[in-house]
Design a protein around this ligand. Structure first.
Ligand code: TXA
Ligand code: MG
Length: 357
């Protein structure tokens, strides 16, 4: 056990660590724990006072509701008033896993969880530590990503401590998370269902189960036929999607467009920024073209057509380059296939400006 500014850190594999963390949660404390996506900041999801402390610790706006984490589909009836048939089919296909449903809540769910809405977000995480903890507590856990509000989500226990040491009781260290990007959030209380946040389950995979799925307003306009979300049938996004998100401290400029044009555009930008400390977050393919051609740190985010790999390292890399104290981050956009949708959603939300190559 380590003590970092009053926050206790324990290896999840230590004997008794899960029971210890469950005890803290049962008595109203806050414990960060790993999921397959990112680390979550957990509180007893049926205890309004414990849940309120999450908002305080993160500096999270009170109108941004939380996800309730469940140990399985059989726990769903504890917190929702209705289970539509799509939820059953999707849970069978994707749970445990990175897919969050919005459903009608029941009276046991405190207002603090749902931010006063009549709906609640639920998911069953695919991580042995998260599942063991949920079973040990025996209650759903409310858990947003375990970062200070607005910062990149944490993919290691160290990232959690960077933001929240001294603000929460404990961290269960289960090593780095595998997916590195948050769950996909879909609203099943409306017809047709709406994708509120792209995540680790790509839209084209969901459309096999939900052919009518539409994208919420503000989710990558390019994907909804150009005008995206501006039309009459646009649905409002999740409350959380209106805030600036996933942001490093440095200014972030996103460069997107035809892959062949990106290296030249990045070099032009780099010239305009001479005198500033710049980091370049580029694909392996672009890195080859830029090597020796720009001043600053070149960081390889992965292969352009392997968005899973890019997603897995994205938040870690944003935090790492930020720690070096650069003034500007120039990040390369990637194609909107598979997990590329979620990666681009996060980069657009983190960006202070977008440049077309
Ligand atoms: O992968 C994940 O989803 C991670 C891990 C820890 O499970 N959690 C996570 O939680 O990303 P958070 O709080 O950072 O993001 C939850 C998103 C927010 O955009 C929030 O606005 C939305 O889900 N949300 C939660 N409840 C909602 C509701 N009732 N209606 C609409 N959107 C909701
Ligand atoms: Mg978050």
């Amino acid at each position: 056990m380590r003590d970092v500014k009053g926050t206790l850190v324990r290896d999840a594999s230590d004997k008794g660590a899960i029971e210890w963390a469950a005890g803290i949660l049962r008595s109203g404390g806050l414990v960060a724990f790993p999921t397959e996506t990112v680390y979550g900041l957990g509180a007893d999801g049926l205890n309004g006072e414990a849940v309120a402390r999450i908002f305080e610790a993160k500096g999270r706006p009170a109108d941004n509701p939380l996800i309730l984490h469940l140990w399985g589909y059989d726990a769903l009836n504890q917190v929702v008033s209705e289970v539509p048939s799509e939820a059953r089919v999707l849970a069978e296909a994707f749970w445990p896993g990175p897919l969050t449903f919005i459903l009608k809540k029941n009276d046991l769910v405190p207002d603090a969880v749902s931010a006063g809405l009549s709906t609640v977000a639920v998911r069953c995480p695919d991580h042995p530590v998260a599942l063991a903890l949920l079973r040990a507590v025996g209650r759903p856990l409310a858990a947003p990503s375990a970062n200070l509000s607005g910062r990149p989500s944490p993919t290691t226990a160290g990232d959690v401590l960077e933001d929240l040491a001294g603000r929460i009781e404990a961290v269960l260290d289960g090593g780095p998370t595998t997916h590195g990007i948050e769950s996909t959030v879909i609203d099943l209380t409306v017809s047709p269902p709406v994708l509120l946040r792209p995540g680790a389950v790509p839209p084209e995979v969901l459309r096999k189960y939900l052919p009518g799925l539409v994208l919420a307003k503000g989710v990558l306009p390019e994907l909804s036929g150009g005008e995206g979300g501006k039309g009459d049938d646009a649905r409002p996004a999740s409350p959380g999607m209106k805030y600036r998100h996933y942001s490093p401290r440095a200014q972030l400029i996103l460069v997107r467009g035809e892959p062949e044009k990106i290296p030249l555009r990045v070099r032009e930008l780099a010239q305009d920024l001479s005198g500033m400390r710049v980091a370049f977050l580029v694909t392996e393919e672009t890195m080859v073209e830029l090597s020796g051609m720009v001043n600053g740190e070149l960081v390889n985010v992965g292969q352009r057509n392997k968005p899973e790999g890019i997603a897995a390292g994205l938040y870690r890399i944003l935090r790492e380059v930020d720690r070096t104290g650069v003034d500007v981050i120039i990040a390369e956009g990637i194609p909107l296939n598979g997990w590329g949708v979620a990666v681009m959603d996060r980069l657009l939300r983190a960006a202070n400006g977008v440049v077309e190559a």
